[in-house]
Ligand binder design. Structure first.
Ligand code: ATP
Length: 248
């Protein structure tokens, strides 16, 4: 099957320091792919390079193909228009706007492109996250951490992306909420969207994924089917073991 996203030999440097050293990965249509690894491994950097949202001091080389096209020179807006969407670690909601208005903003790129049905995902989003419908008129700034993550995901889905990239969706959330978020992520598979998931919570990520990559100090140390990785001795000891659970 032709990959929806293919990254080949990606290098990213901040000034003179290289943070990502030749990462290659791919995501097939409808797949959930996770990238796990410790702090500072280069996970967010990789995601931002794919999305074209690196900060001004960063430069990259390598090939990023989306829907079989090299998107290297493409500005972020064009990547969004073609169906890429990134939910950053910071979630970046508009706190003084209502939940519904934040969702409307998610649909804005489609509206600008002349799509008259740009709000057609609202029902799906409310079905996935009933709490967002209950709180539609509430200011986003007054939501709980878990609800904010739901809103960030819901807003991304309003754009009807072909590839959804999630940077640490479990960050700072209580275990029960993490379960809820990952449950929704696995349900998204049925909507046909492909997902590239960056996570430190390796257990939860591998459970919902088809394929996984372990990123360590800017290199892919291991990759394979998620179930195989979850059974790999090194992954168990470093990312899933009891010591790791205790530390968490
Ligand atoms: P975390 O899980 O902690 O977010 P990560 O795997 O996402 O970690 P990155 O945030 O991609 O890792 O960082 C990779 C390396 O690049 C780190 O050494 C970090 O200090 C460095 N780095 C990240 N952003 C910048 C920046 N704007 N300027 C300089 N160095 C940076």
């Amino acid at each position: 099957m032709e990959a929806i996203l293919e990254v080949q030999d990606l290098h990213v440097r901040y000034g003179k320091v290289e943070a990502v050293h030749g990462v290659s990965l791919s995501v097939a249509p409808g797949q959930i792919v996770s990238v796990i690894g410790p702090n500072g491994a280069g996970k967010s950097t990789t995601l931002n390079a794919i999305m074209g949202t690196m900060d001004g001091t960063a430069s990259s080389s390598g090939i990023v193909r989306f829907l079989c096209e090299d998107i290297g020179p493409m500005p972020v807006e064009e990547r969004v228009r073609r169906g890429m969407c990134l939910v950053p670690e910071t979630r970046e909601l508009f706190s003084s706007m209502s939940v519904l208005d934040n969702l409307r903003l998610g649909a804005w790129p489609r509206r600008r492109a002349g799509d008259r049905n740009c709000m057609d995902q609202l029902e799906t989003v409310y079905r996935l996250f009933p709490r967002l419908e209950e709180r539609a008129q509430q200011d986003a700034g007054t939501l709980s951490g878990g609800e904010r993550q739901m809103l960030a995901l819901g807003r991304a889905l309003m754009a009807k992306p072909k590839l959804l990239m999630l940077d640490e969706p479990s960050l700072g959330l209580a275990p029960l909420i993490v379960r809820e978020i990952f449950h929704v992520v696995s349900r998204l598979r049925s909507t046909g969207v492909a997902i590239l998931l960056i996570e430190q919570n390796a257990r939860a990520a591998l459970q919902v994924s088809d394929h996984g990559y372990v990123l360590e100090t800017g290199n892919v140390a291991l990759h394979g089917p998620a179930q195989e990785l979850a059974g790999n001795r090194r992954v168990i000891d470093t990312y899933l073991g009891l010591g790791r659970q205790a530390a968490a």
